[in-house]
Design a protein. Structure first.
Length: 103
């Protein structure tokens, strides 16, 4: 499901089962991420699928990338794998106006 930034963030903040998932490359992730995000690179192909299979499918995932395209694809893959809730951040981190963690 695609969510605009404000809805994506406010929904995450009130979701005790929410997890932020960054599907960019490790280099992109290391240059700056949304706080508390975990990184699983969608470009890893089958490795991406294996990493997703390790996640708890009962949690709610708030997924983003640079502009919203890779994360939209990731959300579709996650639904196919049986994840009930995967929310794509429209516009990605490029348009993100919230807190960024650069450490």
């Amino acid at each position: 499901m695609n969510l605009e930034q404000q809805q994506w963030w406010s929904q995450f903040l009130t979701d005790e089962k929410g997890i932020i998932l960054d599907v960019r490359t490790e280099d992109e992730f290391n240059r700056g991420k949304i706080a508390n995000a975990i990184n699983i690179d969608i470009f890893k192909g089958q490795g991406f699928i294996y990493a997703l299979e390790e996640l708890d499918k009962t949690k709610n995932y708030y997924v983003y990338c640079a502009a919203g395209s890779r994360s939209a694809n990731a959300c579709n893959i996650m639904r196919e794998l049986g994840f009930a809730n995967a929310y794509n951040l429209v516009g990605g981190i490029t348009e993100w106006e919230g807190p960024i963690d650069t450490e």
